[in-house]
Design a protein around this ligand. Structure first.
Ligand code: ATP
Ligand code: MG
Length: 341
C-alpha cells in the first residue's frame, strides 16, 4: 500500500454477475470509473450476494464473475491500482448488512422505486426471494464498508445511494461518531441507455444489449435489427431523431459529430434510409469496440492474470472490511465478553 493510496478519496461501485457487460454499462458507469481510477482509490465490486433472482442458474453466476472481470480488464481498469472485489469472498459484507438493517424500516425499502420496478418485473415470472428484497441494504453495506465518498453509477441506482446516505446519518447519530461519510452519486454521460428494442434500459437480463465482447458481425447484425422510428414507413418519410435509439447510440458512441449531424438533418426530412444510418452506426460501434475486444482476447488467453486481479483486489478489500467492522463493533460496543473480567 502506497501512502498515495491511503490519502486518496474512495470510490465503491459494482456490477451484478448476471452476464457480460454492455454498452449501457460503458456509457452509464465504466467511462466514469476509467476517468477517475487514478484520482480515487477504487473498489470495484462483483456483487454475487445480490443475484438471488438467478438462484436457479448458478452456472451463469459462476461464469459471469469471470466475464465481468474480463470486461473490466478489457476496458482498461487497472487492477494494480484499483481493487477488483468478489463480494461473497468478503463475508463482512453480509455481517454489516445485518447490523445496518436494524436501522431501516420496512417501508423505506417498500417505497424504493428501483426495487419496486425490479420486483414487479420478477413477480411476472416467479416469487421474489427475501434476499432480493433486501439487496439495496446490501448495497448500502457495500458502499459504507470502504467508507466510499463517491459512487459512479447509472441513474437506476440513485435511490440506493440516497438510502445509503440516510443509513450513514442514522448510524453516526445513533452512536455519536463519524464512522461513515455520506457518499455522493455520480451518474454517467448517458444516465440510462435504451435497449436495442427501444426498451427504457439496455440490460443484461433483457436480451436487448450489445455486449462489449460481441464480435463485428454480431454487432452489425444487432444494429440491423434495431428499433428506429416506428412512425416512419419509407425512407422518404420525414423521421424523428429525438428518442430514436439509433440516434441515441450515434450520439453516445460515434465521435464523428459531423457525420451524425448530417444523418440527423437528412433523416428529419426523409433524405436518408435506415440502412445507411445503421451501417454507419455499426461501423462506429465496431471501431469503438475493437481495442476492447483485443485486450479481452489477451486476458482470455492469460487466465492467471485475471485470477491474480481478483485475488489481490479481494484480499485488499477484505483487509479494509475488517478494519471497518472493528470500528463498527467498537461504536456499537459489541464487546460483551469484556464485561466478564
Ligand atoms: P441486471 O439486469 O442483471 O440487473 P444490469 O444490466 O442492470 O443487469 P447491473 O449489474 O445491475 O447491470 O448494473 C451495473 C451498473 O451499470 C450500475 O451502475 C447500473 O446503473 C449501470 N447500468 C446498467 N445498465 C445501464 C444502462 N442501460 N444505462 C446506463 N447505466 C446502466
Ligand atoms: Mg441491474
Amino acid at each position: 500500500m502506497t501512502s498515495d493510496s491511503t490519502a486518496r478519496r474512495r470510490i465503491l461501485t459494482g456490477v451484478r454477475p448476471t452476464g457480460a457487460l454492455h454498452l449501457g454499462h460503458y456509457a452509464g458507469a465504466l467511462e466514469n470509473w476509467l476517468r477517475l481510477q487514478r484520482e480515487y482509490e477504487c473498489y470495484f465490486l462483483i456483487a454475487d450476494y445480490q443475484v438471488s433472482d438467478y438462484a436457479d442458474d448458478l452456472d451463469r453466476v459462476r461464469e459471469s464473475v469471470i466475464e465481468v472481470a474480463l470486461d473490466w480488464l478489457a476496458v482498461g481498469l487497472d487492477p494494480n491500482d484499483s481493487h477488483y472485489t468478489i463480494e461473497s469472498m468478503v463475508p463482512e459484507h453480509a455481517e454489516l448488512t445485518t447490523w445496518l438493517s436494524w436501522w431501516v424500516p420496512l417501508g423505506m425499502l417498500q417505497r424504493n422505486p428501483t426495487l419496486k420496478a425490479e420486483m414487479a418485473d420478477l413477480e411476472a415470472g416467479k416469487s421474489v426471494p427475501v434476499a432480493f428484497f433486501n439487496y439495496p441494504m446490501m448495497q448500502v453495506a457495500n458502499i459504507l464498508m470502504p467508507k466510499a465518498h463517491l459512487v459512479p453509477v447509472g441513474d437506476d441506482q440513485l435511490p440506493h445511494i440516497e438510502l445509503t446516505r440516510e443509513v450513514a446519518r442514522r448510524f453516526n447519530r445513533m452512536f455519536e461518531r463519524d464512522v461513515f461519510p455520506e457518499p455522493e452519486a455520480l451518474v454517467g454521460r448517458v444516465a440510462r441507455l435504451v435497449g436495442l428494442d427501444g426498451d427504457a434500459k439496455m440490460s443484461k437480463s433483457r436480451n436487448n444489449a450489445i455486449f462489449l465482447k460481441d464480435d463485428e458481425a454480431t454487432v452489425t447484425q444487432k444494429v440491423r435489427g434495431m428499433f428506429t422510428d416506428p412512425t416512419r414507413l419509407r425512407a422518404t418519410d420525414p423521421g424523428h431523431v429525438e428518442g430514436n435509439p439509433v440516434f441515441i447510440y450515434h450520439d453516445a458512441f460515434n465521435p464523428n459529430v459531423e457525420e451524425v449531424n448530417d444523418l440527423k438533418e437528412r433523416y428529419l426530412v426523409g433524405k436518408v434510409g435506415d440502412v445507411e444510418v445503421k451501417t454507419k452506426l455499426a461501423a462506429a460501434l465496431n471501431t469503438f469496440l475493437d481495442p476492447i475486444r483485443e485486450r479481452r482476447a489477451y486476458f482470455e488467453a492469460h487466465p492467471s492474470e485475471v485470477r491474480e486481479a481478483l485475488e489481490n483486489g479481494t484480499a485488499r478489500a477484505r483487509a479494509t472490511a475488517q478494519a471497518t467492522m472493528a470500528e463498527v463493533r467498537d461504536a456499537m460496543r459489541i464487546n460483551y465478553l469484556d464485561r466478564l473480567r
